[in-house]
Design a protein around this ligand. Structure first.
Ligand code: SF4
Ligand code: SF4
Ligand code: SF4
Length: 250
């Protein structure tokens, strides 16, 4: 069957996890109303969390998680060598995610405190693109399944996919959510990349920027606005550094 005069293909997909909570992988088996269609579009050949299939021949590798051990570096390089398209899947893979917070700690002292005489190997956290070339990033903690489905449709047709470049505020306004600044609360929606449909402000929580910065986000103007509204630099930096997607100067 052709669509837009293009013959869609059914790519072989391998799904791999590194340092992560595996919540992004879980998203793949969520959204049950479209799960059967999703699985008809792709051939899952490697997915430890949900399938016994094991095949090292795949077109697309979805890589979840950040990299924090030497053996992970080697495994990631081996996946990169086999995949035609490597996708950093979720904020841990794209930016280091919440795991990146540990880079601000003394890892030797933390290891001693937690594991005593039996320290665990742990390297400073890196995003996937800091180790191997990445073809596509799908940010989000977790990823947004409808967005993942749209991306897979594009990959099937060999069409380029563009993540939204505008900020979360656009989607927030489309939902008619009252701005949290009206309630005196902090929100990173003005500088964060949209595509999640702004669930956090709709649920009464400020955006924490899990999808990283929107294109051309004017962070300096945003910092001034937030300062004028009475929030401290520290509060803002803590929030902006939470998922590792923003450059934070302090
Ligand atoms: S991005 Fe969030 S949901 Fe996905 S693996 Fe990392 S911590 Fe879990
Ligand atoms: S609540 Fe946040 S995302 Fe929504 S309009 Fe206000 S600043 Fe933007
Ligand atoms: S509103 Fe912000 S924190 Fe919530 S999912 Fe969207 S980008 Fe992530």
């Amino acid at each position: 069957m052709k669509y837009l005069r293009i013959e869609p293909r059914r790519p072989k997909v391998g799904i791999f996890d590194f340092t992560s909570c595996e919540g992004c992988e879980l998203q793949l088996v969520n959204h049950e109303e479209s799960l059967a269609d999703f699985l008809a579009c792709v051939e899952i050949v490697n997915f430890r969390e949900a399938s016994a299939a094991r095949d090292d021949t795949y077109d697309i590798a979805l890589v979840e998680g950040s990299i924090s051990r030497a053996d992970e570096v080697e495994r990631l390089k081996s996946i990169r060598a086999k995949a035609k398209t490597l996708v950093a899947f979720g904020s841990c893979a794209c930016f280091g995610g919440v795991n990146r917070l540990k880079n601000a700690c003394d890892l030797v002292a933390a290891n001693r405190e937690v594991y005593g005489a039996h320290p665990k190997e742990t390297l400073p956290v890196r995003a996937v693109k800091e180790i191997v070339p990445v073809d596509l990033e799908i940010p989000g903690c977790p990823v947004n399944k409808p967005e993942v489905e749209r991306i897979v449709q594009h990959l099937m047709m060999d069409l380029p996919f563009q993540l939204p470049v505008y900020p979360v505020c656009v989607e927030c306004k489309q939902r008619f959510t009252t701005c949290l600044y009206e309630r005196g609360e902090l929100c990173l929606g003005a500088i964060s990349r949209a595509g999640c449909d702004a669930p956090c402000p709709a649920g009464g929580l400020g955006c924490w920027g899990c999808r990283g910065p929107a294109l051309d986000a004017n962070v300096e103007a945003f910092r001034s606005m937030v300062r004028e509204r009475g929030f401290s630099q520290r509060e803002l930096d803590e929030r902006m550094s939470f998922f590792g997607g923003f450059e934070v100067r302090s």
